[in-house]
Design a protein around this ligand. Structure first.
Ligand SMILES: *[C@@H]1O[C@H](CO)[C@@H](O)[C@H](O)[C@H]1NC(C)=O
Ligand SMILES: *[C@@H]1O[C@H](CO)[C@@H](O)[C@H](O)[C@H]1NC(C)=O
Length: 337
């Protein structure tokens, strides 16, 4: 296991049985044809952006193919091929195929270009040189820059099975977060006292300041409930979203929910999704001290500059009033266009 995994183990009660990352033993081997990438090779770009994953030959073997695969730590044994080339022709595969191409900046360049990045593209990729003698491979991590947010059902705390959690994230323009994304969010200050599903079917919650109501004296860190039963157990969820092509704007109230919907449509938009509000907060610096309706019926407001009268908390964040009665005429509207 790599350094990041070891750190997690010492600062939290994260259990070792959770699959963290696929490591492979080839790392130590000297590469003859492929150029060795730096140890923590990582490329990052926002959703909608383009990314190039480097894979460069030092020299060409007589006959070879290059195969790009996306690693799927939770589906071991299933190979997710993106593209195969023999140096001349190339063939693309799978969901990512249509957006993938070889950069081919020079004859030894087998770097993979992915356009119009999607949230699901986040993860590790492997460039394999197959030459019939001794195959070689390098791994690169693609990190889609984004933001993690906790999400709770309108019916209260701990109401989602795993499939429901997945659907809830999708409905808010997001996907289930991975453990690594939650870990990064925790290093950025996420502190949340309710346990939520992650994409691998485990349940965790991130704590920055230990307190009796949140697991007592346990050390700060990502607390783990381990893998849970996907249809019998119920929790909240952690979702991951990224930049959007549109923007979020606020319309002042007081409005009830139906009026807020109409007001957004009048401005050629619609009520924003929770993921869109988080993306605007994170990537557009949206800062507004007024609660506004969102499409799921919740009322929230985004704070980038914490100040006394805006929710009181010292950390930036998106604050929530939960799901008030839709007839309450107290709030504004956050619209997306
Ligand atoms: C990504 O690449 C496509 C095609 O090469 C190009 O049209 C587009 O402008 C690029 N997008 C960004 C954000 O650079
Ligand atoms: C996904 O994205 C996050 C944040 O952008 C990054 O920290 C993480 O390493 C990426 N990969 C996986 C498998 O989660």
């Amino acid at each position: 296991m790599g350094w990041a995994a070891v750190t997690v183990l010492t600062i939290s009660c994260f259990t070792a049985n959770t699959v963290l990352f696929h490591t492979d033993d080839q790392g130590e081997k000297k590469l003859r044809y492929l150029m060795e990438p730096p140890v923590y090779a990582e490329v990052s770009a926002p959703r909608g952006g383009n990314a190039t994953l480097p894979c460069v030959l030092q020299s060409k073997p007589p006959h070879y193919r290059i195969k790009w695969v996306k690693l799927q730590p939770h589906h071991q044994g299933v190979e997710n091929i993106v593209l195969i080339t023999n140096g001349n022709a190339q063939k693309n595969y799978g969901a990512l195929g249509p957006r993938a191409s070889l950069r081919g900046a020079h004859p030894l360049d087998a770097s993979l270009r992915i356009t119009n990045l999607e949230l699901e593209d986040n993860g590790s990729y492997r460039c394999e040189l197959i030459n019939g003698i001794e195959d070689e491979r390098v791994e690169i991590t693609l990190s889609v820059q984004g933001v993690v947010f906790p999400y709770q059902s309108r019916h209260g705390r701990y109401k989602f099975t795993f499939p429901q959690a997945k659907a809830a994230c999708t409905e808010q323009d997001a996907i289930l977060a991975t453990f690594k994304q939650l870990y990064k969010a925790w290093t950025d200050g996420l502190d949340w006292c309710n346990a939520g599903w992650l994409s691998d079917g485990t349940v965790h919650y991130p704590i920055l300041l230990s307190r009796p109501a949140c697991g007592g004296d346990l050390l700060p860190g990502i607390r783990s409930y381990g893998p849970r039963h996907k249809t019998k157990d119920h929790f909240d969820t952690f979702c991951f979203t990224s930049a959007t092509s549109g923007s979020v704007f606020f319309l002042a109230g007081p409005l009830n929910f139906a009026e807020a919907e109409r007001a957004c449509r009048g401005g050629a938009g619609e009520l924003a999704l929770v993921g869109q509000l988080y993306a605007a907060w994170q990537f557009q610096g949206l800062d507004r001290c007024d609660g506004g309706w969102l499409r799921d019926g919740s009322v929230r407001f985004p704070i980038t500059n914490p100040r006394g009268r805006c929710g009181g908390l010292p950390e930036p964040g998106v604050r929530s009033f939960g799901f008030p009665s839709k007839t309450l005429r107290l709030y504004g509207a956050y619209c997306y266009r």
